[in-house]
Design a protein around this ligand. Structure first.
Ligand code: AMP
Length: 277
């Protein structure tokens, strides 16, 4: 969509890159204006690839990481395809953790300010049950949550009518897989219609995983992300720490390299705390 175009300037031809914007997609005026108000001017690369396909109802298997704008690449087309005059569940987003589900919900909630008839619910823990029971007197059009809670709440506790669900999203599908959630997802999938649009997002897409995820998304559209994901300014160091503890190795590395500013990531809260100590 962002094809360069030749323009004539004076006597010379110059190649300029079209400034991409959300109005180039087949989105409603309301959505384009909502995005503008939220300060989203240009679609990110993943949004440029995913939004047009998702708007057509295609299933998608997409490699994308946090920070790529992947959440909006599915939320924007989902919200624009919802029938807001219908108080009926139409789309489900499954996330591997409460934290991610909450973040996706917050993004959807921010957009919902511009769509007064839109009803979104978050389903992640039992504490929300009573709150949701009251809220569910009018069925939400979009629900976001973790696999176990979604399966129980949608299928068993509330017996929501699932026949109107046309889109299912598996966010961070590699994590969902690692955490053994696929039985719950299969159970939920079996309750939904055959011609469901399934959008699967995963940070990694190595061969074995890709084949497994194709079971959900089919082969409609596969986007394998950018070739070179890290900035050219980032240098990589591979350090063989042998028997030295990771924290000690980290401290030695920082002392030797003396970075002006550094970000340290760890996969668990406890590891962050011990690295900080
Ligand atoms: P995500 O990759 O979905 O975790 O999103 C990363 C961040 O980018 C979020 O804080 C979004 O609010 C923001 N974001 C998503 N799309 C855009 C966009 N097109 N322009 C500016 N910010 C965006």
């Amino acid at each position: 969509p962002f094809s360069p175009e030749k323009v004539q300037k004076g006597s010379e031809f110059r190649i300029i890159q079209h400034m991409a914007n959300f109005a180039q997609f087949n989105l409603s005026k309301e959505m384009v204006s909502a995005l503008e108000k939220l300060g989203y001017k240009e679609p990110s690369p993943v949004q440029g690839k995913v939004i047009p396909k998702a708007l057509r109802g295609d299933s998608i298997l997409c490699q994308s990481e946090t920070g790529s704008g992947k959440t909006h690449s599915y939320l924007i087309p989902i919200l624009d395809r919802l029938d807001l005059n219908l108080p009926r569940l139409q789309a489900i987003v499954i996330c591997p953790s409460r934290e991610l589900a909450r973040q996706v919900y917050d993004f959807a909630f921010a957009l919902s300010k511009y769509f007064p008839k839109l009803k979104v619910r978050l389903f992640t823990s039992s504490e929300e049950k009573s709150e949701n029971e009251q809220g569910l007197s009018i069925a939400p059009q979009l629900v976001i949550g973790t696999p176990g809670r979604l399966k129980d709440l949608l299928a068993e506790d509330y017996k929501l009518n699932l026949r109107g669900v046309k889109t299912l999203v598996l966010d961070e599908a590699d994590m969902l897989m690692d955490m053994g959630y696929f039985e719950d997802i299969d159970a939920l999938r079996s309750l939904l219609r055959e011609d469901l649009q399934v959008m699967v997002f995963s940070a990694t897409l190595e061969q074995g995983l890709k084949e497994k995820l194709r079971k959900y998304a089919g082969s409609d559209f596969l986007y394998e992300g950018e070739e070179n994901k890290s900035s050219g300014n980032v240098s990589h160091h591979l350090i063989d720490i042998k028997h030295v503890g990771k924290n000690e190795a980290l401290i030695r590395f920082l002392k030797i390299r003396q970075p002006y500013l550094a970000l340290v990531f760890a996969s668990k809260k406890e590891d962050v705390n011990s690295a900080y100590a």
